[in-house]
Ligand binder design. Structure first.
Ligand code: 3PG
Length: 209
């Protein structure tokens, strides 16, 4: 399972991070992301609608849909029941990781330090989210962490936009880049799916250079 997620992220290279306020927004959003060329999406558990959004986006097809901002074991259970194919957490949490391993759902824990990365590697998790990437020092930090831990693969997320995407993806230790810039809240609110599609297509285009 974990290997599958690593392959999916390695193939996708971009991971749109979505905070979706209502279930009705899910299907048109999924359509826009697929039309833009996205292959994966992370639905954050920051809204009451998150589970329904996961369900609706997974049902739409064309995307590997996971759950993000998962902070508790109970949220892991709800995410998996809703059909999430993977779980992302902003930080390291023993209970979240243990529940994911128990349920056999791939998990990408957030790490911000070498200590947290060592914890992840010890748990057998070689793919981690560096969060918040830009605020932690961006590519310099990715390179500094990759040096002693060549087996680690990073999904840097936080503060990254289209301008720095190619630079991040050129780094051998970077599996994929996550971010909300492709489907920001303001575009979701006004239903501007054409712009979400354009931003997604731009990211996909920059990820394949
Ligand atoms: C996340 O939950 O991964 C972040 O909020 C995404 O960071 P960004 O909004 O700066 O892209």
């Amino acid at each position: 399972m974990t290997t599958d997620l690593t392959s999916a992220l390695a193939g996708a290279r971009i991971l749109p991070v979505l905070t979706v306020p209502s279930e009705e927004m899910a299907a048109p959003l999924a359509a826009a992301l697929v039309a833009g060329g996205a292959q994966c999406a992370e639905v954050t558990f920051r809204t009451a609608a998150a589970e329904q959004v996961v369900k609706a986006m997974a049902a739409h097809g064309g995307l590997v849909v996971g759950a993000g901002t998962v902070l508790t074991a109970e949220q892991v259970e709800r995410a998996v029941a809703a059909g999430a194919r993977f779980v992302v957490s902003p930080g390291w949490d023993d209970e979240v990781v243990a529940k994911c391993l128990e349920l056999g759902v791939p998990v990408v824990p957030g790490i911000a330090t070498a200590t947290e990365l060592m914890r992840a590697l010890r748990a057998g998790l070689g793919t981690v989210k560096l969060f918040p990437a830009e605020q932690l020092g961006g590519l310099d930090t990715v390179r500094a962490l990759a040096a002693p831990f060549p087996q680690a693969r990073f999904v840097p997320t936080g503060g990254i936009g289209p301008d720095r995407l190619s630079e991040y993806l050129a780094e051998p230790s970077v599996l994929a880049v996550g971010g909300s810039w492709m489907a920001p809240g303001a575009l979701l609110e006004c239903g501007d799916h054409a712009e979400i599609r354009r931003l997604t297509a731009q990211a996909v285009e920059r990820s394949t250079r």
